[in-house]
Design a protein around this ligand. Structure first.
Ligand SMILES: [Zn+2]
Length: 554
């Protein structure tokens, strides 16, 4: 297990304990205790708060919450400083403060300065503090976006001249919105400054518009330009529908005002989307609130009680999804979880498809081995790190055994590992019995979905034999494997290719490609068509073909 840490003069550490894709389970050390990430900070607004902070900690198990320093300063002035923020809120977990950036986005300028907001956050004794950044928003001109990036960087630099305490973790937000080159520039500027946490600003509007594909671009662009092992907060991303996506891309911290805002609008969150309370006949949720009542009864409650009910359910749902994602990381099944959630909404599936664009980056930073077998559903899974990694290894680092002259291409089998399948055992027996003196000339490889070509000696390398693939294969997967097969033939020096052609799963795709590739390369090609339970006929044909091929060779 890899443990990464960084510190800055004082003892503040982010340790990574588990990884899957770009996701990690980590431990973030703050002056009020260590919290485990991925972590959701429920937004607490002391003026209108449906669930008291103490209850958020004790009943909902939230280790941290976030509140807005600008609102505190404006409404409560010195009270939080006099009593200490934790006492003022009545919460003994970790408290993070935002700076008022959201208010800038909504109302334009606000009545404070970057310096004042830094001093205020130190004074109230927050644990995690945010500089006064300038959120870009979604529908803005490039010129405006540039301004937001420049102002945010300027304020970030100023922090290190203003701050006087060393025990508070500071958040350095990345801006730029949909202008990805500006996001990259913003991240490169921020990484030069000694922030303990980075954040990606202003995705709220992007999420309200369901532009999850753009969110993928923004997060990955920020990640690629930030130190990968520092924690990353995604501002304003508080719906469980997208937690797995953001976490898979390396976001560690989230804040949710949505659980309360949705409740005010009669909206009921589920990890697969949102329902309006009046549309529900049943509560699909096993939380302690939902099991005791019905949608009808809740809709008849007085406004305040109804809103509290919904806020509590929404928060339970958010927390449950974070836990599910963590367990998926532990099991090495975050991709499968992502697949499930991606089918909640077409725009989420679109975002999953977008990962193809970043498959090299994701592969590079994904851990190599996990305990469990993996599932392949369709061509979106071709962007999975395991598939990308196998392709790279085979192209860049693999060469077939030196004496091999004949490539015997065998279709994938249901039994795994492949070399233990009944079909292969029979082929092996034939080779042993009849072609013993030529064994080193014949090299067996499998053509499989989704990996492409698997040389027999590699078939026990994880996860080449630890996977289940859904049949029949889709067009894109067939195309991918076909292309990998052609690449393999082109990159190697066999003199003859013999294909055992599985027409049932591959139709004529592999056959035609092999034929064409061999013709272009000017090498011999032979094939045997098989259908289910025709092993005996296949073996007879294979024997004949091999005898002929070997007799023709010098
Ligand atoms: Zn519930």
């Amino acid at each position: 297990m890899r443990v990464c840490s960084f510190s800055l003069g004082f003892k503040m550490t982010f340790e990574i304990k588990e990884r899957d894709l770009l996701a990690r389970i980590g431990r973030l050390k703050t002056k009020s205790g260590i919290v485990e990430t991925p972590l959701l900070f429920p937004v607490v607004n002391p003026s209108i708060q449906p669930i008291p902070p103490r209850k958020i900690g004790e009943v909902f198990g939230c280790e941290a919450l976030i509140t807005n320093a600008y609102i505190l300063k404006k409404r409560f002035q010195n009270q939080p400083a006099e009593r200490g923020l934790h006492k003022f809120l009545d919460f003994n977990g970790v408290v993070m403060t935002d700076s008022g950036a959201y208010q800038i986005l909504r109302y334009g300028d606000i009545e404070t300065t970057p310096k004042e907001i830094v001093e205020y956050q130190e004074k109230i004794d927050t644990d995690i503090a945010t500089i006064l950044d300038y959120p870009t928003g979604l529908k803005v001109t490039r010129k405006h976006a540039e301004k937001t990036v420049n102002t945010t960087t300027k304020n970030a630099k100023q922090l290190f001249k203003t701050k006087t305490r060393n025990d508070i973790l500071w958040v350095g937000p990345i801006q730029g919105g949909r202008y990805l080159d500006l996001v990259a520039k913003s991240a490169r500027q921020m990484r030069k400054l000694p922030f303990q946490i980075h954040a990606l600003g202003s995705p709220t509007e992007i999420m309200q518009q369901y532009r999850f594909d753009l969110l993928v671009d923004m997060i990955v662009t920020a990640k690629m330009n930030l130190p990968i092992d520092k924690p990353l907060h995604l501002f304003g991303a508080g719906h469980p529908i997208m937690f797995s996506l953001a976490i898979a891309l390396g976001c560690d911290l989230f804040d949710s005002a949505a659980y309360a805002i949705y409740a005010r609008n009669n909206r009921y969150m589920t990890p697969n989307g949102t329902h309006r309370l009046e549309e529900l006949e049943y509560f699909p949720c096993p939380c302690p609130k939902c099991t005791k009542t019905t949608p009808k009864a809740v809709s008849e409650l007085p406004t305040k009680k109804r809103q509290t009910f919904l806020a509590e359910h929404n928060l339970y749902t958010c927390q449950a999804e974070i836990k599910q994602v963590k367990q998926a990381i532990k099991n090495g099944r975050l991709w499968e979880h992502l697949q499930t959630r991606a089918h909640s909404h077409p725009t989420l599936l679109q975002a999953l498809k977008k990962l193809k664009k970043y498959e090299d980056y994701i592969e590079k930073h994904s851990p190599a081995t996990k305990k469990s077998g993996i599932f392949f559903y369709d061509h979106t899974d071709l962007a999975r790190p395991y598939v990308v990694r196998h392709r790279k290894k085979l192209t860049e680092r693999y060469s077939p055994p030196k004496e091999a002259e004949i490539l015997l291409l065998i279709p994938q089998t249901r039994t795994k590992p492949l070399h233990k399948s009944k079909e292969l055992k029979e082929i092996k027996k034939l080779l042993q019995d009849t072609f013993k003196q030529h064994l080193n000339k014949i090299h067996t490889c499998f053509y499989t979905a989704p990996f492409g070509i698997i040389p027999i000696e590699l078939d026990e390398v994880y996860p080449l034999s630890q996977h289940e693939t859904a049949l029949p294969l889709d067009k894109e997967t067939i195309e991918y494997v076909t292309k990998q097969t052609a690449n393999y033939i082109n990159n190697t020096n066999y003199k003859t290719i013999i294909l055992i052609n599985d027409t049932e799963n591959w139709n004529k795709n592999i056959l035609n490609t092999c034929k064409k590739t061999c013709k272009n390369k000017n090498i011999k090609f032979k094939h045997i068509n098989i259908k289910e339970k025709r092993t005996k006929t296949m073996l007879t044909s294979l024997k004949k073909i091999l005898q002929k091929t070997l007799s023709e060779q010098p």
